[in-house]
Design a protein. Structure first.
Ligand code: GDP
Length: 675
């Protein structure tokens, strides 16, 4: 039987769920929430009644009256049964649009975002609590917790797209073949850049020769008259961040493995990312020119990681190449075409364009420049476009050779000018009908971005922990510990658990051996945790992400220090960190002995200023003789707060009389810095 939810019915009737529920209560049709579902008969009856009401007022045409009266009798019986079902059902069903923010999903399931993130990492998806995941991913995660997700009308980015009518399914008969889009991935130094270079050079046709390839983040290569598009993603970061944003641009991943090195950590990461994205992997075994190259050993390695080479009966194509000597490149390209052909990649070129921003920056002369990979339709100069909170009319487009182009079809990367601001890579870009639609869409996205920023700024850090505890905002302090040896984790765990008090509960949500990685930061961000490292450091990537996600990462060499820090943070006594800031320099030109005061120096300020509250470092022949506070500072007879550069004055030092002519006084203050 077809059921309808209360809020859906409310929408149909053009009223709020709350009003509808009140009306239903009047009719003795009580439901537990706006998510409760109604038997279609009940729904019909309600509709009928409302229509009657309207008619009564407006005297409009008669519609469901008879029907409504007839079903009313039935409804009485159905109601009780329904209510029971509602409670069971509504409790285990999560409604979402095309995407859902991780934190929202966790809230709906009724668990911590951490648990969702942990599951996601297990699936090879890296997303912080404020990032969105797609419907399929959400389904898998929800399923693990006994929930089912269904598509809903709740407004999210995709719904905005729908609301603005930006995208639509194409009729299969409109689809035409399109070039494959390829990403090169692999461990650092295995030759990704060299391979891309070699590929570009091999394919340079005579008329292009001499032309300089522009850096637009992607390039088109001609293989036997067919196009192959290569993305210049350095490593797989861009690839991953795009996936985290729910967009996917790659059709094929080329995994570069150095024949003299083998499968390395980033190789495995690349494999996992490609697998999670369902992107086929082809392997380029590079550096075969090296004397210690061992192709068989690499194939063995690959097989161990689930990529069984064709030669051994598997389905992974592996092509030995030398990017340096340009060997095997043609064969690799041929294989790429072959795999692409089997994928039957198609898109409709005759429609308004939809693409993904793969790179964007602000150019001093030209304003925001975005490289867009067109995925559907054809993008043209003059088109009105929107991407996230950026909008504008395409003023000019350039291809990967830096040539001015007027249009770009599916799979073609182009740099476009004319956007109002720099969009984010991974954001979708749509060609739209008019400026009004573009503006409205961009504004709506601005709101979403603002909300996300707001949420990101509410992360916990040791510095404001006490305040948050006091405000009642924090009850749990989540901590991730990374150490150089396993034993340390338990030691810290035990000490930290002793710190718990009534206000705060300490949860060690993850402990591990090794450096602080991106996943650690993602997990921390997702679960609003702080990260503590012992004798380990964050990777550069992890640092970047921590900054962006506002995750507090602290490293220590002594356990005691960490425990003390956390202890004082909980108690609200965390000492702010200070750095010294030199504010001025003065020379002692004369000294005077003042009865009952001591020695006062006649000074000339050479640089900056000397203030009453600064600390003075007394230098004699560049050697620090004394450091201490200012006891008096005067200009002529008056006490002053500061003496600026170019002026003279008198200065006394607290508990120090041995000032000599020619001494240099360096003044500094201790400035509090954010930790
Ligand atoms: P990426 O970090 O993966 O982009 O690696 P690069 O392309 O920067 O290459 C790393 C190093 O390996 C460079 O010094 C290259 O010259 C060298 N290299 C790349 N391909 C080959 C190759 O086929 N043979 C040899 N002998 N060296 C190569």
């Amino acid at each position: 039987m077809i059921k309808i939810r209360v809020y859906e019915l409310a929408k149909e009737l053009g009223m709020t769920s709350k009003d509808l529920m009140e009306k239903m209560e009047e009719l003795d049709l009580k439901v537990s929430s706006h998510m409760s579902s109604l038997e279609s008969e009940d729904a019909e009856m309600i509709k009928g009644l409302f229509e009657e009401e309207k008619e009564g007022k407006k005297e409009k045409k008669n519609s469901n009256k008879g029907k409504a009266m007839k079903v009313k009798n039935n409804s009485e019986n159905n109601r009780k049964k329904d209510k029971k079902q509602d409670n069971d059902k509504a409790d285990n069903i999560i409604e979402m649009g095309g995407t859902i923010i991780v934190k929202d999903l966790a809230d709906k399931i009724g668990i911590g975002a951490t648990q969702v993130i942990t599951k996601l990492i297990g699936l090879g998806v890296m997303a912080s609590q404020n990032q969105s995941i797609d419907f399929d991913t959400a389904s898998i995660v929800a399923d693990e917790f006994g929930f089912k997700v269904i598509m809903d009308k709740v407004e999210d980015e995709e719904d905005i797209e729908r609301e603005f009518d930006l995208d639509f399914e194409d009729d299969p008969k409109d689809l035409r073949p399109r070039p494959p889009v390829v990403t090169v991935m692999g461990h650092v130094d295995h030759g990704k850049t060299s391979l891309l270079d070699a590929i570009r050079k091999t394919s340079v046709t005579t008329q292009e020769a001499g032309g300089i390839t522009q850096h637009i983040g992607a390039s088109i290569v001609n293989v036997e008259g067919k196009k192959v598009v290569f993305l210049d993603t350095p490593g797989h970061e861009a690839f991953t961040s795009m996936r985290a944003r729910g967009t996917q641009v790659t059709d094929l991943a080329i995994l570069v493995v150095a024949a003299d090195d083998g499968v390395m950590p980033q190789t495995i990461e690349a494999i996992n990312h490609a697998k999670a994205a369902n992107v086929p992997i082809m392997v380029a075994i590079n550096k075969i020119d090296k004397p210690d190259a061992n192709i068989d050993r690499i194939r063995q390695d690959l097989a161990e990681h689930g990529l069984v080479p064709e030669e051994w009966g598997g389905d992974t194509i592996s092509v030995p190449v030398s990017a340096l000597k340009k060997e095997g490149i043609d064969e690799l390209l041929e294989m790429i075409l072959l795999v692409a052909e089997m994928q039957e990649l198609k898109a409709n070129p005759n429609r308004k364009a939809v693409g993904t921003v793969i790179e964007a920056q602000l150019d001093k002369g030209r304003g925001p420049v975005a490289t867009v990979l067109v995925q559907k339709g054809t993008l043209r100069v003059g088109d009105m476009v929107v991407s996230g909170s950026a909008s504008g009319r395409v003023r000019a487009m350039f291809d990967d050779k830096g040539k001015n182009v007027k249009k770009a079809g599916p799979s073609i990367p182009v740099a476009i000018l004319g956007l109002s601001e720099v969009p984010l890579s991974g954001d979708l870009l749509y060609a739209v009908e008019d400026e009004k639609t573009a503006r409205a869409y961009a504004n709506k996205n601005k709101e979403i971005v603002r909300e996300e920023q707001l949420r990101a700024s509410q992360k916990v850090s040791l510095d404001d922990l006490f305040e948050k505890i006091q405000l009642g905002e924090i009850k749990d302090l989540n901590i991730i510990i990374k150490t150089d040896v396993r034993g340390t984790i338990d030691a810290i765990r035990q000490s930290l658990e002793k710190l718990e008090n009534e206000e705060v509960k300490i949860n060690i949500i993850h402990g591990g051996v090794g450096g602080i990685t991106e996943s650690d930061v993602m997990l921390a961000s997702a679960s609003n945790a702080i990260i503590i490292g012992f004798n380990v450091r964050p990777t550069l990537n992890a640092l970047d992400i921590a900054k962006h996600e506002k995750v507090d990462v602290r490293t220590y060499r002594v356990i005691y220090d960490a425990i003390e820090d956390i202890k004082s943070a909980i108690k609200g006594m965390l000492e702010p960190e200070y750095v010294e800031e030199v504010i001025g320099r003065a020379q002692v030109r004369a000294t005077f002995r003042v009865p009952n005061v001591g020695v006062v120096a006649g000074i000339y300020v050479q640089q900056g200023k000397i203030t009453r509250n600064s600390i003075i470092r007394l230098l004699r022949d560049d050697i620090v003789i004394f450091e201490g506070k200012v006891s008096s500072l005067k200009r002529f007879k008056d006490d002053v707060r500061e003496i600026a550069s170019g002026y003279e004055g008198g200065l006394g030092l607290e508990n120090y009389n041995d000032i000599k002519e020619g001494d240099i006084l360096e003044a500094y203050i201790m400035k509090e810095v954010e930790r």
